[in-house]
Write a protein that binds this ligand. Structure first.
Ligand SMILES: O=C(O)CCC(=O)C(=O)O
Ligand SMILES: [Fe+2]
Length: 310
């Protein structure tokens, strides 16, 4: 497999405390993966496939409802959480030069109990989302710590800009994606399940039900990424590349259509880790290769490109 696989057991969420000194091997492996490939499969993180399946199951119930049932939960209809909510098929264009992506999604940016949660997805929707959001948050914190150590930096260097995940002032998002079966007769020229893009924030955790994801190598060729039950796919996103003065690489990826005649659907869960909106990101190597930018300001620019005027 071309995506490196790294055993994260030393930092698993099953371990209550992790001593920085125990991570020597892990640091080296993560540093190598994030500088050469930009993606890594982490095994033994403590997040189990059963947890992932539970989240996907409730979302499948949600997505399979008619659009009228999902409409009241649309993105832009949550006053204080502009990115929270449902995005219908073909609205987002992760590659703005291509037709709309053949996917639906639901973004969770707030786990507050007082926002309106969909009821048609069955019992426990809110609790299942909230608890999975927290689990992904805990894992992200551990990964960000090892990433800082792998660069020989203060272990808090990234974490100190991620103090507010799950609260006001931070735009970290748990996004559930549903890719319906594809009618090849209706597909537009160049249309994909998810157009070529790189992610916007610091890192992304990804869980998927089946293949279809492709990642671009330095040579320019795209490689297929298989689904790897039980493992978490972690990738470097654009702000992290900028933060590290291009040491860690944020790599272009996309989700392909299934072959003609294959009517299967696909699901994935992406946890997009964002620095706090007010955190000022300056190159951690002191190079000043890029001017300082705030986490929130940078994200807004990127949203404008991928949602267009909609
Ligand atoms: O569905 C996937 O496997 C990838 C989705 C993705 O890359 C994204 O939403 O940023
Ligand atoms: Fe992505």
């Amino acid at each position: 497999m071309s995506i490196p696989v790294v055993d994260f057991a030393a930092c698993s969420l099953r371990e209550r405390d992790v001593a920085d000194g125990q991570m020597h091997h892990l640091r080296e492996q993560l540093e190598s993966a994030f500088t050469k490939v930009g993606f890594v499969f982490l095994e033994n993180t403590g997040i189990t496939q059963e947890e992932v399946d539970r989240v996907m199951d409730v979302y499948k119930t949600f997505f399979l409802q008619p659009d009228e049932e999902k409409e009241p939960f649309s993105r832009k209809s949550f006053a204080n959480n502009p990115n929270h909510g449902w995005v219908r098929l073909e609205v987002e264009r992760l590659n703005p030069r291509l037709p709309g992506d053949l996917k639906e999604s639901f973004n969770v940016t707030s786990t507050r109990p007082d926002i309106k949660w969909p009821s048609g997805a069955g019992e426990g929707f809110q609790e299942i989302q909230t608890s999975f959001f927290q689990r992904c948050n805990q894992l992200s914190v551990r990964v960000l710590r090892v990433m800082a150590l792998s660069l020989g930096l203060d272990p808090e260097v990234f974490l100190s800009a991620h103090r507010l995940i799950g609260a006001e002032g931070n735009s970290t998002t748990l996004r559930s994606l549903y890719y319906p079966s594809v009618d090849h007769d209706k597909v537009e020229e160049g249309q994909l399940r998810c157009g070529e893009h790189s992610d916007y924030g610091s890192i992304t955790l990804l869980f998927s039900s089946s293949g279809g994801l492709q990642v671009r190598r330095r040579s320019g060729e795209f490689i297929d990424v298989p689904s790897f039950p039980g493992a978490v796919l972690v990738n470097v996103a654009d702000l992290m590349q900028r933060w590290t003065g291009d040491h860690f690489v944020s790599v272009v990826h996309r989700v392909m259509l299934p072959p003609a005649g294959d009517s299967s659907t696909r699901q994935s869960l992406a946890f997009f880790v964002q620095p706090d909106d007010d955190a000022v990101i300056t190159c951690c190597d002191g190079s000043n290769k890029y001017p300082p930018v705030t986490g929130g300001g940078y994200l807004q620019e990127r949203f404008k490109a991928s949602y267009g005027a909609k």
